[in-house]
Design a binder for this molecule. Structure first.
Ligand code: HPA
Length: 269
């Protein structure tokens, strides 16, 4: 861990906000990137393998703030243990970054949600059957039994709502449920998840959010609804290319939204 932190400290400094870019949402880094650091150059970072994910850290400047973007994340379904999935989050914290925006593409369980909707995450349900904090606790970063009553920071949720109003877009607010994937859900599983109180389902974000909250970061979560989930509103077969295609359609709105949020974070803090 120290080696990764030391290496990044030698290349970057003064980062205000970290952003993890989800499937099909990496363009923000293409557009605002000033410095690119492939994961395989950073001690401790593993290579990321999925289509639509590039696998590099990108330093950029947005609205006068220094942002460090992960273009491509580590997923549990790729076979990485939770400690690798959440390693970058711990490194970000050690770099002194206190605010993180986690983004993802997910399927809508809520029948009122439409593909290309953006949802601000208000809470989550961990159905990965695994917790990233299992194992020896690093007391210097966080406590053994951390509170999770407000993972997604209320001030940041308010800033996100205000930002959406400013740029005239309608957003959803709801609960993100994470499964492991990589198979999509069955219609019966989706009905169960709806009963449990979930609005969208995806395969990421939750481990990162738990670790970020544990080590004292302020977390904002944003979902791009890429599809109706299995069986929802008559939804039949699902493909990864569909997820990427919808993210492509939503990406302009997504970029505008993130930029506006960053602008408002800077003015309010
Ligand atoms: N289910 C799980 N993960 C997803 C989906 C989905 O329908 N869409 C995008 N990621």
């Amino acid at each position: 861990m120290d080696k990764g932190v030391e290496y990044l400290n030698s290349r970057i400094s003064g980062v205000d906000i970290a952003i993890v870019l989800g499937s099909g949402l990496g363009e923000l880094a293409d557009e605002y990137g000033l410095l690119r650091i492939p994961y395989d150059e950073i001690p401790g970072f593993k290579k990321s393998t999925i289509k639509g994910h590039k696998g590099q850290l990108v330093l950029g400047e947005i609205e006068g703030k220094k942002v460090l973007m992960m273009q491509g994340r580590y997923h549990y379904y790729e076979g990485y243990p939770m400690k690798d999935v959440t390693y970058p989050i711990k490194v970000f914290r050690k770099l002194g970054i206190k605010t993180i925006i986690l983004t993802n593409a997910a399927g809508a369980i809520n029948e009122d949600y439409k593909p290309a909707d953006l949802m601000v995450i208000t809470d989550h349900i961990n159905m990965m059957g695994m917790n990233p904090l299992i194992g020896k606790n690093d007391d210097s970063m966080g406590t053994r039994f951390p509170d999770m009553s407000e993972i997604y920071n209320k001030d940041l949720i308010n800033i996100a709502q205000k930002s959406a109003d400013n740029i005239n877009i309608k957003i959803q607010k709801g609960v993100y449920l994470a499964g492991t994937g990589p198979s999509y859900e069955t219609p019966a599983e989706i009905r169960m998840m709806r009963t449990l109180g979930a609005d969208v389902v995806g395969m990421s974000t939750v481990p990162e959010a738990i670790v970020a909250n544990w080590c004292g970061m302020k977390v904002l979560g944003i979902t791009c609804v890429s599809n109706s989930a299995s069986g929802v509103n008559g939804k039949g077969k699902l493909t990864h290319s569909e997820v990427i295609e919808t993210a492509n359609i939503a990406k302009l709105k997504f970029k505008k939204f993130i930029v506006e949020i960053i602008k408002n974070i800077s003015s309010e803090e």
